[in-house]
Design a protein around this ligand. Structure first.
Ligand SMILES: Nc1ncnc2c1ncn2[C@@H]1O[C@H](COP(=O)(O)OP(=O)(O)OP(=O)(O)O)[C@@H](O)[C@H]1O
Ligand SMILES: O=P(O)(O)OC[C@H]1O[C@](O)(CO)[C@@H](O)[C@@H]1O
Ligand SMILES: [Mg+2]
Length: 495
């Protein structure tokens, strides 16, 4: 197992520092493939649309805030239907697989891939792979039709089942080849996209006319480059219910403290956005912002102050926050799940106990703490209306890209425009909350919690940020791959 670096990056440069980081195409390794007119041109729903087909040269800028003299920077190929396609409808044999943890909207993406293939391109053969990557070689498949997927967007989870681990590249490629599959749609998070990249490399090595398209799924919103991942809004909305409950509980009793644990293994986006949306949260703790408990400027001091001022408070904590503190006080187990992700200790339980112990020992005030853990509840729901629309665009963009012969790509919005992004771009790092960014400052000014940063920390973080902002300058590495220094520090002010 292990994602290999994409060896054949396609970089196109233009004047004024324009750079296109293109995605692979079937014709890169299978020359002289025939093309066909896009069946959409005869579709009554689309024939009235002025300029329905995307211009072949359309690209989307990664950086939209630019200065007079700055280079134009990296661009990605714009997603959407092309005038010519590389598959005849009757020849397409597509499959869909879902991997990793659940996320609101997975069923909507499945539905819209199936319906998009059927209704836009007249494709009738779509298979569902049961139970994630291992399903390719260890399970039966399910036939998917618009009828069988008609209502699935109203349900949480994934009708195909999912799993962690079990990525055996050659067995998966054998299964694709043996079944005669020629379009593979892979829905999943960072691990899944790495797996998709390796499958694509193997398919290309075998010279198969098979397209591999990734649809990024992660409730943690930790996939880089794209504006935001689907299901994130739904999860943040659902988290409000838990925060409301914590607030009601805490507010109804003397010195009430509500602690809510939310998902976010390495990235605290759900906690940050749920806090900002709610305005009932007094303190939000995320993995990117280390905190400490005791002494001046510490969490205990803040809790005490808030209880004296308001009589109650709500703390939101992301599951990956404070893990370093936890491993100091509880023996770390270093256990991993089947995909190799570290299994985290329950920080919500731990911090609740620590707070209780502190107030009991100090004998300062009697507190009433209620711990709410809605982690799985926020990701097991169906997607909300706006996520449903977003999922539809993602699915349709993936289908258009596959029909047009693009492969080895992840689809997603970049500055609001759906784009085809090469796998290596989404696999090279993880999207994180930048705590010296304006969004985190907004949160701090809304909660008035301590930043837990020393002056030295702030200086160091600012320096990192400055390095990042210089960056409109892009370099090429010795292997010809473009390095965008800026993308080492993705921030999500735009979110
Ligand atoms: N580096 C890798 N190379 C190949 N396959 C991988 C790699 N990392 C993970 N996978 C496979 O991808 C699948 C999903 O990975 P993982 O369980 O980490 O979830 P994920 O896609 O990151 O989703 P999430 O983190 O949002 O739950 C698993 O089947 C795993 O074996
Ligand atoms: O318990 P599971 O299914 O492995 O999933 C838990 C993990 O999944 C995630 O939601 C990512 O999908 C993380 O936030 C969380 O740690
Ligand atoms: Mg992951």
């Amino acid at each position: 197992m292990g994602a290999s670096a994409n060896s054949n990056t396609k970089i196109v440069t233009g004047s004024a520092g324009y750079v296109l980081e293109d995605v692979p195409h079937l014709t890169d390794y299978i020359p002289d493939l025939p093309t066909y007119p896009n069946p959409l041109q005869d579709n009554p729903a689309y024939s009235v649309v002025k300029q329905y087909f995307v211009n072949v040269d359309d690209t989307v800028a990664q950086k939209i805030v630019v200065h007079k003299s700055s280079p134009r920077g990296i661009h990605f190929r714009r997603a959407g239907p092309r005038q010519r396609v590389y598959f005849e409808s009757d020849d397409v044999h597509a499959c869909i697989v879902t991997c990793g943890g659940l996320c609101p909207g997975v069923n909507t993406v499945i539905r819209e891939i199936v319906c998009g293939l059927y209704h836009m391109y007249g494709v009738k053969k779509v298979l569902g792979i049961d139970g994630g990557y291992k399903g390719f070689y260890a399970r039966n498949t399910v036939t998917l039709t618009p009828k069988t997927v008609n209502d699935i967007h109203k349900r949480g989870g994934t009708i195909l089942g999912t799993s962690r681990g079990g990525h055996d590249t050659s067995k998966i490629a054998d299964s694709i080849q043996d079944r005669g599959i020629n379009q593979v749609y892979i829905i999943g998070g960072d691990g899944t996209q790495k797996g998709a990249s390796v499958i694509f490399e193997e398919i290309r090595r075998r010279g198969l006319k098979v397209v591999v398209a990734g649809i990024p799924k992660t409730i943690d919103n930790d996939i880089p480059v794209i504006d935001k991942s689907f299901g994130f809004d739904s999860a943040v909305e659902e988290a409000q219910r838990a925060i409301n409950a914590a607030h009601v509980e805490a507010g109804s009793i003397e010195n009430g403290i509500g602690v809510v644990k939310l998902m976010g293994r390495y990235s605290g986006f759900i906690a940050m956005h749920a806090t900002l949306a709610s305005r009932d949260v007094d303190c939000c703790l995320i993995p990117e912002s280390p905190f400490y408990l005791e002494g001046e400027g510490g969490l205990f001091e803040f809790i005490e102050k808030r209880l004296r001022e308001n009589g109650h408070m709500v703390i939101v904590i992301a599951e990956g926050a404070g893990q370093e503190l936890l491993s100091e006080s509880i023996q770390s187990t270093d256990k991993e799940d089947a995909s190799g992700n570290k299994l985290l200790q329950d920080v919500g339980l731990w911090i609740s106990q620590k707070i209780k112990d502190y107030f009991a020992k100090q004998n300062k005030m009697a507190i009433n703490l209620k711990y709410i853990d809605p982690t799985y509840m926020i990701r097991a729901i169906p997607s909300n209306a706006s996520d449903n629309v977003y999922c539809t665009l993602l699915a349709q963009s993936a289908v258009h890209g596959a029909m047009a012969g693009y492969t080895g790509f992840t689809v997603g919005p970049v500055n609001g425009r759906h784009s085809y992004i090469p796998f290596y771009r989404v696999n090279e790092k993880r999207n994180k909350v930048v705590i010296t960014d304006r969004m985190w400052a907004r949160l701090l000014s809304s909660t008035n919690q301590p930043s837990f940063l020393s002056a030295k920390d702030i200086l160091e973080d600012k320096k990192d940020e400055e390095n990042c902002t210089e960056l409109l300058a892009n370099d090429h590495s010795s292997d010809g791959r473009l390095i965008n220094k800026e993308s080492n520090c993705i921030s999500h002010t735009a979110l």
